[in-house]
Design a protein around this ligand. Structure first.
Ligand SMILES: [Zn+2]
Length: 102
């Protein structure tokens, strides 16, 4: 019985350096995939440029690429909105439940 080819998991990669580099570069150049990776932070490059770090779901290492101030603000603003709505949900549940400790 022959097996059909299995679709490749685009976020998985092997242990060799070339496999890491190829997969990480592919993640950096695919905007949809890049934005789906966990954010590891944004930092200055020591000058005027900004670097965005995302976490590789296959190996857990940080993958980095340059970003703009506008993109960085948009990312952090989106996360701030998520955090604010989550805190509001916690506060609402605590109000209904009568306390925060449980
Ligand atoms: Zn990786």
């Amino acid at each position: 019985m022959s097996r059909l080819p299995q679709p490749q998991q685009p976020l998985c990669h092997g242990p060799r350096k070339e496999e890491w580099e190829r997969a990480h570069e592919a993640m950096k150049t695919d905007e949809v995939r890049w934005s789906s990776l966990a954010l590891d932070g944004i930092q200055s490059d020591g000058g005027a440029a900004l670097i965005e770090h995302r976490r590789c779901p296959a190996c857990g290492s940080s993958i980095s690429r340059h970003t703009t101030a506008l993109q960085a603000v948009e990312i952090l603003s989106s996360l701030a909105g998520i955090h604010a709505r989550s805190l509001e949900a916690i506060a609402r549940a605590a109000t209904v439940g009568g306390r925060l400790g449980e």
